[in-house]
Design a protein around this ligand. Structure first.
Ligand code: CP
Ligand code: NVA
Length: 310
């Protein structure tokens, strides 16, 4: 089970298809055990330090509950209340925490912070969202797809909206899982060039398709998953008004979803803004699986914790 023992979980680009499929299978079996009421505590006596420099509902609760269910303990470390907020260098924080805890989860702004933390930490580091990536969420989304559609390979995901951390993690994950991906964003809000390049290289290697367009209908054509996220992410609150204008025409609504496959799933990492990036009819409608995605955060993160820390 512990094939990723001691490894970090930061970016899908660090993994092979075998490794990510292994995590998914592990998540499914851990979920099954929990639903059966089995006690499964491979992390008895272990502690996870959870650094949060941004707000969170799902991530905090699911990691904390997950560690408890696995027999371990989780510590909530707010950026504000630790010395991190007062400028203690990350390499020092990494080395100090490594003397106390068995794994570190971090949610922060710059992706480089996570890379630096992992470089100096001697315990596994898990990326719980940066401005560039949110891999835990995408793993939960892909488990949700598998549960609803039975298979993953050959499916198409369409991401409509801001070229942000969700779009980036999906771009890299899709080829690894054997999926096609299309991303539709307005000019000025396109995905990161480097991440797109990584995705194109992986798509070539694994024989999948990657499309970036400004046309939401083109992106959604035939898609099995229609995905969107907020137009202003954490840290971009001041750009809210400007972004509302820029993203007009990029709402996922009934009209746009007519282009998707008949049995498409609507996904959103949450939190959502009904009436902005998605219409209420879609997010609260029959194709929406948003709460399954949220639940699956718990199960996939337990898999990540067991694989890296057990
Ligand atoms: N989707 C997600 O990561 O939610 P939180 O910000 O509530 O953790
Ligand atoms: N793109 C969003 C995702 C939140 C889970 C943000 O970074 O705020």
């Amino acid at each position: 089970e512990a094939t990723l023992a001691g490894k970090d979980f930061i970016d899908f680009a660090d993994f092979t298809p075998e490794e990510v499929y292994h995590l998914l299978d592990l998540a499914a079996s851990i979920k099954y055990k929990q639903k059966q009421g089995d006690v499964y505590q491979p992390l008895k006596g272990k502690t996870l330090g959870m650094i949060f420099e941004k707000a969170s509902t799902r991530t905090r609760v699911s990691f904390e509950v997950g560690m408890f269910q696995l027999g371990g303990h989780a510590l909530f470390l707010s950026g504000h209340d630790t010395q991190i907020g007062r400028g203690e260098p990350l390499p020092d924080t990494a080395q100090v925490l490594s003397r106390y805890v068995d794994g570190i989860m971090i949610r922060t702004f710059s992706h480089q912070n996570v890379i630096d933390l992992a470089k100096y930490a001697t315990v596994p580091v898990i990326n719980a969202l940066t401005d560039l990536h949110h891999p835990c969420q995408v793993l939960a989304d892909i488990l949700t797809l598998k549960e609803h559609h039975g298979s993953i390979r050959g499916k198409k995901v369409a991401y409509v909206g801001d070229g942000n951390n969700m779009a980036h993690s999906w771009l890299v994950a899709a080829p690894l899982f054997g999926m096609d991906i299309s991303v539709a964003s307005p000019k000025g809000y396109l995905v990161n060039e480097e991440v797109l390049h990584q995705a194109l290289v992986l798509a070539e290697k694994y024989g999948t398709k990657v499309l970036v367009t400004e046309d939401p209908a083109e992106a959604v054509a035939g898609a099995h998953v229609v995905y969107t996220d907020v137009w202003a992410s954490m840290g971009q609150e001041a750009e809210q008004a400007e972004r509302l204008q820029a993203f007009a025409g990029y709402q996922v609504n009934e009209e746009l979803c007519k282009h998707a496959a008949a049995d498409y799933l609507f996904m959103h990492c949450l939190p959502a803004h009904r009436g902005e990036e998605v219409s209420a009819g879609i997010i609260d409608g029959p194709h929406s699986v948003i709460f399954d995605e949220a639940e699956n955060r718990l199960h996939v993160q337990k898999a990540i914790l067991v694989a890296t820390m057990a």
